[in-house]
Design a binder for this molecule. Sequence first.
Ligand SMILES: [Zn+2]
Ligand SMILES: [Zn+2]
Length: 166
Amino acid sequence: MAKDYSLQHVSVSLSPQERFDEYLQSRAMRNTQQRRTVLEHVFSHHDHFDVETLIEQLPDKGEANYVSRPTVYRTLTEFVDAGLLRKFELGGRAIYEHDYGYPEHDHMVCNQCNQFFEFHSDEINNIRESVAQDYRFRVTGHRLLIFGICSDCAQPRRQKRKQDLI
Ligand SMILES: [Zn+2]
Ligand SMILES: [Zn+2]
């Protein structure tokens, strides 16, 4: 690849947990085991997820650290509010991903496997700045989703079926 589309590194002084603690304190709210469970899970790995996927991954009812559905929804809203997560709509679903400490990027989304591919492009940011300047528009952010078929899904069908059997 001639150009570098890799994500730039961002350093932050607080961990997501510390940042969230600050947020809770500023609102005179207390941290709970349920909030901690959701936070630990969500920030254990970078992913693009919807609420249903997250609920499937969390402990089931009757298990230790079970978090009720309404609490999961409420906690995710708090994470967005606290600047820890970003939320966007895709095909009528709300998708969440890390925001705090995670570099700015755009996405390609595969129509078949729904996988997200992240990239960073200075050129897109330059276009953004130049258009905004023309319109005397103050940019606060942008969201670009490119739809299509990823290279795995574009493989000939027979080959794909073989992989599915493994
Ligand atoms: Zn795909
Ligand atoms: Zn992303």
